[in-house]
Design a protein around this ligand. Structure first.
Ligand SMILES: Cc1cc2nc3c(=O)[nH]c(=O)nc-3n(C[C@H](O)[C@H](O)[C@H](O)COP(=O)(O)OP(=O)(O)OC[C@H]3O[C@@H](n4cnc5c(N)ncnc54)[C@H](O)[C@@H]3O)c2cc1C
Length: 350
């Protein structure tokens, strides 16, 4: 209720421009990463903050309310109860004019002599934080079958309207999303058959007694992991003739694809389009962030969240992973910005 009221109360940028000409920080995006950055900046006393998002509905996570979580409940609780990151906290901050929040899009960012000009004269800012999110990649890997968008395939009620019992649905990938789609298809009453094209075998996250999680970002968790173990890795669905799995590093999928009438691609995410950006008149291209601090331009431009993930090393296998998830965003933002607003890798209060 409070979150809804907060969202409704926010004015649209097009109707109510910002009423101050300059802020210390501009935060672009109000998904989980945007919330984490704003709450950390507030705790650091780094204000005022201008905050812009077209909807203020918690970003992409709001699209997955019917999707089984891969986050343990206690971590959702930690995210929601960390000071100032609740909607109540944000609401109070808005009332206190520490945060100026507007619904809208940031289309251009021009850094001139150390000061950002936002949307060509909308306001100026010392620092900009991009928490602009990502969307599912839509690589046309296998042309032919009719595409079902991943976001529809993840939600059982939407998926059932997109497939018939006569379909054979090809699902590309072996990630958490791919397994959720297979689960939705193959647990559907009178559901279709499925073909799964994959390049790496199924991996499962492992929860250690010391609190660390092995394959935390790439391993299956929760109900997706339970289902995959029981029905896929056991070979049960293949024996029943409902699922055919093809390792495309070893076998050509062309023959199996001929039977596919629908296609769902679940091969990862890519950054949403960024605002046009320039530095002293020169266009910024090929944006790279420091994967340990989020810095894009020191002291001026930072990236957070799924679009600019922190890189972590898996404690058992030693490979690098992008650290993506609500609690991880919060921990990362706190590590960077709660030390009097100055990046400090060695400070962490949560
Ligand atoms: C199937 C599935 C299940 C998942 N389950 C979980 C889970 O259980 N736990 C978990 O922690 N994560 C989960 N995730 C991941 C989670 O959805 C993402 O990690 C999270 O939404 C990313 O947050 P973000 O803030 O970086 O980006 P987003 O949530 O994408 O938010 C970005 C926001 O920025 C706005 N924006 C973009 N450009 C501009 C602009 N120019 N101006 C203004 N605003 C802009 C967007 O409109 C959006 O509101 C899941 C993902 C999938 C696909």
């Amino acid at each position: 209720m409070k979150a809804a009221a907060f969202t409704k109360a926010l004015p649209a940028l097009a109707e109510v421009p910002f009423d101050i000409p300059h802020v210390q920080n501009l935060v672009v995006g109000a998904g989980p990463a945007g919330y984490a950055v704003v709450s950390s900046l507030l705790d650091a006393g780094s204000q005022p903050i201008a905050w812009v998002d077209p909807e203020f509905r918690s970003g992409r996570l709001a699209s997955y309310l019917d999707v089984p979580s891969n986050t343990k409940v206690k971590l959702f609780e930690k995210f929601a109860t960390t000071p100032l990151c609740t909607s109540k906290g944000a609401e109070t901050a808005v009332e206190d004019f520490k945060v100026k929040a507007r619904r809208g899009m940031i289309s251009s960012l021009a850094l001139n002599n150390g000061i950002w000009d936002i949307n060509q004269g909308l306001l100026t800012a010392d620092r900009v934080f991009l928490a602009t999110g990502s969307h599912p990649r839509d690589d046309q890997l296998y042309p032919g079958p009719t595409t079902v968008p991943l976001d529809d395939a993840l939600i059982p009620s939407k998926l059932s309207g997109r497939v018939t019992p006569d379909d054979t649905v090809c699902v590309v990938g072996s990630s958490h999303s791919a397994i959720l789609v297979l689960m939705n298809l193959l647990e559907m009453q009178n559901g279709p058959r499925a073909v799964n094209l994959y390049r790496s075998s199924l991996k499962y996250a492992k929860f250690r007694s010391d609190g660390t999680i092995i394959l935390d970002n790439t391993g299956l968790k929760g109900s997706a992991a339970d289902w995959a173990r029981e029905k896929v890795d056991s070979g049960e669905l293949e024996r029943m003739g409902k699922l055919r799995r093809i390792d495309t590093t070893k076998h050509d999928p062309a023959e199996a694809l001929k039977a596919c009438t629908k296609l769902v691609t679940a091969v990862g995410f890519e950054r949403n389009a960024l605002p046009e950006m320039s530095v002293n008149g020169k266009q910024l291209q090929d944006i790279q962030h420091d994967k340990h601090t989020g810095t894009i331009i020191p002291d001026k431009l930072f990236g957070f969240g799924i679009a600019f993930p922190e890189e972590v090393t898996d404690a058992e296998f030693g490979h690098k992973e992008a650290n993506v998830g609500l609690w991880k965003f919060m921990r990362f933002a706190r590590r960077q910005y709660t030390n009097e607003g100055k990046p400090d890798l060695f400070y962490c209060n949560i």
